[in-house]
Design a protein around this ligand. Structure first.
Ligand SMILES: [Zn+2]
Length: 247
């Protein structure tokens, strides 16, 4: 890191348990962000700002007017532009030291595997359950740590999987029968800061996992009720019949 980077990240480096070692670990990390909607916008902004060295952004969509209320990296000028390109432009304005790879592609299982294998950590910021299940499966198989987030209406949820050293419990244990018929926010609506809350916490979990500081509990489900301003935590048990992690 050069002097400008040391100054930029100085308030993190000041933290005794994070220090220069934590910052160097972030700077050497490659995080794959799948989905550049509301969650991916906020999470990638914080990861880039905090000094994650490389972000690979994957999304096939373009920016629409109805995105702007919660997808805060984009502006009116970005309408009809590829989300990953608009996000890259904005993130580099905020922190030119981050290496950003923008991938405008619809993810297939094979392509996902390529990207996940070269990542240190994956952020699942999608609103598509087929892709979510594929990300979970590939992260489990490649022992890549995964942070998932979701939000709909007033509800948000967050779950991290430390697959690098934990083999019990995965995303599929919780949702064995989900498919694309399930709700998503384009049909059911969402209050914007609920998405922001979850995206910020995805970034926080990612930073803790990458730096080795703080605590992230494998598989613990955290549910946020934005209407009541309340959190609930659920410790899950493995589904022994799980197609991905079951025995
Ligand atoms: Zn499982």
């Amino acid at each position: 890191m050069n002097d400008l980077q040391l100054e930029r990240y100085s308030r993190q480096i000041l933290m005794p348990d994070f220090d220069i070692e934590g910052q160097l670990k972030l700077n050497e990390s490659n995080v794959l962000v799948v989905g550049l909607g509301g969650l991916g916008n906020i999470a990638s902004l914080y990861l880039s700002a905090a000094g994650v060295g490389k972000l690979t952004l994957v999304d096939h969509d373009e920016v629409e007017l109805s995105n702007l209320a919660r997808q805060v990296l984009y502006s009116n000028d970005n309408i009809h532009m590829a989300k990953v390109s608009a996000a890259k432009e904005q993130l580099l304005k905020q922190n030119p030291h981050t290496q950003i790879v923008a991938v405008q592609e619809k993810m297939t299982y094979a392509r996902l595997a390529d990207y996940i294998q070269s990542a240190d950590l994956v952020l699942d910021c999608t609103d598509n359950f087929t892709v979510r299940q594929a990300i979970n499966k590939t992260c489990f198989q490649t022992q890549t740590n995964l942070v998932t987030g979701a939000g709909i209406r007033w509800q948000g949820q967050l779950q991290s999987f430390l697959f690098s050293d934990q083999r019990q419990i995965c995303y599929q244990c919780l949702y064995p029968h989900l498919d694309d018929e399930m709700l998503n926010c384009s049909e059911s609506g969402v209050i914007s800061p609920v998405i922001g809350t979850i995206g910020v916490l995805q970034a926080l979990d990612a930073i803790k996992i990458l730096s080795g500081c703080g605590t992230v509990e494998h598989g613990k489900l955290r549910l946020f009720d934005g209407a009541q301003g309340q959190w609930r935590e659920i410790r899950l048990t493995q589904d022994p019949q799980c197609l991905i992690c079951g025995i």
